[in-house]
Design a protein around this ligand. Structure first.
Ligand code: NAP
Ligand code: F7E
Length: 327
């Protein structure tokens, strides 16, 4: 039985990846940072039905000793570094913390792996945010990076450290440059979930409108379920490498709103309020990925269309609100 160690197991991707690896027969271990609110720690793992099937270890990406100890205990065959301060807007409010967790945290995990289990295969959660002020209309592995936020700068550092550990120490370390991916488990602060939760509340008569920032921003939105499969595929290759994972379709925040409101028979413009508080100091105007390399080398393709993703998210939020569940 293969053993996987996941940082960020309590996040959106951690939940879907745990479910996927368990279905493949893996023993799944995850690193969880201590919180005073124990009941919210594993709510996604509970929602997806795997909370009692994964092994949880108390640690933190900022504490190298904890990562070394956990790597010694678990002896993983594969490490998935998904832990991060991942909310772009917060990265301007907490630039140091974002650098520490999202940037240096990756170095800590790479270093723990190099010291304890250098043969373990390593996945780094890189991001399309690294393209920022885009240098090519459609972004691929060869497109130059231009980060536009403290989050993106931290991810770029972690990305190059992953490449560096591969080239310096011969580690099987791969970076997935994943474009936005969403699901019913997406954090409520991200725009897609904010919209689907808002639409559900409006439909159920619990609120009247949704306040949003830049409606013109365009993103290449896929489903997290499809994207965790790509992470695993990268670690099954003979050679480590970097891959873009994207749907190849881009849509605006406004178009996402239209799809979500249409799904419940409402009209978006009747309920959207633009609020400057949700604008960013520097914006990434458009992201549009080319995942041909992943298609050709990994045999990966995205299975969920944007319309299906939106419908699944809105329906899940309506169900949750009716049951008075929080996530
Ligand atoms: P997420 O839901 O925000 O999850 C982040 C995870 O990191 C949570 O489990 C969080 O734990 C954990 N974490 C935060 N600080 C930590 C620390 N100091 N030590 C250990 N763990 C810590 O993010 P996601 O959407 O699943 O994304 C997974 C990864 O992919 C992230 O690295 C993200 O930056 C990257 N990424 C995401 C996307 C996307 O569209 N979703 C695209 C590209 C890249 P708590 O539960 O305790 O907060
Ligand atoms: O914003 C605009 C906002 O916060 C998307 C993370 O997973 O994907 C995610 O980063 C767009 C931006 O995600 C609101 O200005 C408008 O242009 O959902 P988001 P993100 O910043 O793209 C990348 C790939 C990651 O790696 C990150 O970890 O939507 N927008 N109005 C808004 N965004 C938010 N959050 N809230 C609004 O009210």
């Amino acid at each position: 039985m293969k053993r996987a160690l996941i940082t960020g197991i309590t996040g959106q991707d951690g939940a879907y990846l745990s479910q996927f690896l368990l279905s493949k027969g893996y023993e799944v271990h995850g690193i969880v940072r201590r919180s005073a609110s124990a009941d919210v720690i594993n709510s996604r793992l509970v929602w997806i039905g795997v909370a009692d099937k994964v092994h949880i270890h108390d640690g933190n990406l900022t504490d190298l000793a904890s990562l070394i100890r956990i790597a010694q205990e678990v002896k993983p065959d594969e490490i998935y570094n998904l832990g991060a301060q991942s909310f772009v807007k917060s990265s301007w409010q907490q630039p140091y913390l974002t650098g520490l967790v999202t940037g240096l945290g990756a170095t800590n995990m790479l270093e723990a792996a190099r010291i304890v289990c250098p043969e373990a295969r390593f996945y780094q959660a890189s991001s399309s945010e690294m393209y920022g002020l885009i240098q090519e209309r459609i972004q691929s592995e060869t497109t130059p990076f231009y980060p536009r936020s403290p989050y993106a700068a931290a991810k770029l550092y972690a990305h190059w450290m992953t490449v560096n550990y591969r080239e310096s120490f011969g580690m099987h370390a791969s970076s997935g440059i994943l474009f936005n991916h969403e699901s019913p488990l997406r954090g409520i602060e991200f725009v897609t979930r904010k919209i689907t939760d808002g639409v559900a509340r409006i439909k159920l008569g619990m609120q009247k409108s949704i306040s949003l920032g830049n409606l013109s921003a365009m993103r290449d939105w896929g489903h997290a379920r499809d994207y965790v499969r790509a992470m695993w595929l990268m670690l099954q290759q003979d050679t480590a490498d970097d891959y873009v994972i994207a749907t190849g379709r881009t849509a605006s925040v406004k178009e996402f709103c239209d799809l979500a409101f249409n799904h419940v028979g409402l009209v978006a413009q009747d309920h959207i309020v633009v609020d400057p508080r949700f604008m960013r100091p520097a914006e990434v105007d458009i992201l549009h990925g080319n995942a041909d390399k992943a298609k050709n080398k990994l045999g990966w393709s995205c299975e969920t269309q944007l319309e299906q993703l939106v419908a699944e998210m809105v329906d899940a939020d309506i169900t949750r609100l009716k049951k008075r569940e929080h996530l």
